[in-house]
Design a protein around this ligand. Structure first.
Ligand SMILES: [Cu+2]
Length: 510
């Protein structure tokens, strides 16, 4: 197997070059065991129907010595319990909000109808309120996530902690010899960064940056300076870039290979070995790491650039000489419909000026319509300057897509499966094949969370041409912001939500 040794992305676009860049600092906090989120347990199971309750709640977590940090989470003080869904199950969710403000429950990566089940900004759950949704899981094994998505307050709510993993399993993945003992040899690795202020608290507004809020302290599953005890030769890491803005350039001690087996929405067709790999906002990358060359007592560290993120403490383990499968997935991708023209999408700007197709998101405006079950080529362009511009991670709700080219060349070797986030270098065109197996209203946007709140977002309606047109009851920004103002007991003119300033500065209406 060839081992790749570079990060693929354009170095001048990596955010170390950004004026607002906040370097990560090496933690001097005593090492702590890596927090492993608990598994979400069903309320009940009736055949193929599984029922869960998920509550968005406030909490506090001892992250640093001294005062606990006030946080938010899903069925947990911070982040949330990990959901595991089986392909083919019908999932029934009782979504409860115990926060002081409205939120939404967005299933990032699930191919489910929009806009209500999808849980974007049109499906608010108000304080002390609840919402019941149900959907069928119809997709391949993948690591997805649940996060808040109320516009323009997504970034602040995710920063407080509203993010959790949602793993989909299927029979094919289960047939492969891959680690899947959750918490033992199959572990979530949610990467985030925060700035701790006085008394170990976070202050989103003080740290606000329209290009994305960053902090110098790395968190892995909410743990500062974590270690994980390795008790099996091979460990599967389900890495999520859950940061608001930060890109991570990952590598291990001794250049131990990270063998990627899955990304975003599916397994990769073949495993890809890399010594260095970059992950951008909202992407998921699953790796298998083989610790066979190490002895009990050895340590292996996962870094981003020079900053240690997570230390693997090698314990005694049984040798595991089984090779990884050379082939992981037969990926069937539909042909593009010859009657559908290439759909162009332009990502532009930085800071408050970010836009899609020359405008900012308006919640009750549909920007594009396409029929379901038709495959279309989308050409996404990042018009940022090649010197001084930034990477924008482009995300679509409700489907996985296939990356077919970058500036006319082959995609990176680790983006050969289905994805729902693809990052674009400045000046780059990326072509993807897009098709939907569900209908509804879905957002597509930059996944730097402050960019999406700042209007770098659009939405499409996917329709069934055989059925009469559907009238969707869409929220509008004004209604949502009035609710936030009421919940905070302030006049609209005194309301502060991060993304609002991006509209005001560009003199654009929400
Ligand atoms: Cu962006």
């Amino acid at each position: 197997m060839k081992t790749y040794t570079d990060y693929f992305f354009d170095e001048p676009a990596f955010n170390t070059h950004d004026a607002g860049y906040v370097p990560l600092e090496t933690s001097n906090t005593a090492p702590q065991p890596l927090r492993i989120p608990e598994l979400l347990q069903p309320d009940r199971v009736e055949g193929n129907d599984v029922y869960y309750t998920i509550t968005a709640q406030t909490g506090s977590v001892q992250m640093l010595p001294g005062a606990p940090t006030r946080t938010w989470g899903f069925n947990a003080p911070f982040l949330g319990q990990t959901a595991v869904f089986q392909n083919g199950q019908t999932i029934h969710l009782h979504l409860v909000n115990h926060l002081p403000e409205l939120t939404t429950f967005h299933w990032h990566g699930l191919d489910i109808p929009g806009p209500i089940e999808d849980g974007g900004c049109h499906a608010p759950v108000y304080p002390d309120g609840s919402r019941d949704v149900a959907f069928k899981v119809q997709q391949m094994a993948s690591t997805n996530w649940l996060h808040a998505h109320p516009c323009p307050e997504t970034a602040a709510q995710v920063y407080h902690g509203l993010a959790a993993l949602a793993i989909v399993q299927d029979a094919h993945e289960a047939s492969l010899p891959l680690p899947r003992d959750y918490g033992v040899d199959d572990i979530p690795v949610i990467l985030q960064d925060r700035r701790f202020h006085e008394d170990n608290q976070w202050d989103y507004r003080a740290d606000y940056d329209p290009d994305g809020v960053q902090g110098p302290t790395a968190l892995v599953n909410g743990t500062v300076n974590p270690y994980f005890n390795v008790t099996t030769q091979k460990v599967r890491l389900r890495i999520l870039d859950g940061a608001n803005r930060r890109e991570w350039r990952l590598h291990l001690s001794d250049d131990l290979p990270l063998v990627q087996i899955a990304g975003d929405a599916s397994l990769l067709p073949e495993p890809v070995a890399m010594t260095h790999v970059m992950i951008t906002c909202a992407e998921r990358q699953e790796f298998v790491v083989d610790f066979g060359q190490y002895q009990p007592g050895d340590e292996v560290t996962l870094y981003s650039d020079e900053t240690p993120l997570l230390t693997f403490r090698i314990q005694d383990f049984q040798p595991d000489s089984r090779p990884l499968p050379e082939h992981l997935l037969d990926l069937a991708v539909p042909d593009a419909d010859p009657e559908m023209p290439i759909k162009k999408v332009v990502l532009s700007g930085m800071d408050e000026a970010v836009m899609i197709d020359g405008t900012k998101f308006v919640m009750d405006r549909i920007d594009y319509r396409m029929p379901w079950h038709k495959c279309q080529i989308w050409d996404i362009e990042n018009t940022n300057d090649e010197m001084g511009g930034m990477i924008h991670p482009f995300h679509m709700h409700g489907t996985g897509f296939k990356v077919i080219s970058r500036n006319g060349h082959a995609p990176y070797p680790n983006e050969t499966g289905l994805k729902d986030v693809v990052s674009l270098n400045p000046g780059e065109h990326v072509q993807i094949k897009v098709w939907f197996n569900v209908t509804g209203v879905f957002m597509y946007h930059c996944h730097i969370l402050e960019h999406e709140d700042g209007g770098m977002m659009a939405q499409l309606e996917v329709f069934d041409p055989e059925k009469p047109a559907v009238q969707y009851d869409l929220m509008d920004h004004h209604k949502m912001m009035q609710a936030f103002a009421d919940e905070r007991g302030v006049e609209m003119k005194d309301l502060w939500l991060g993304g609002m300033g991006s509209y005001e500065k560009m003199k654009m209406h929400m």
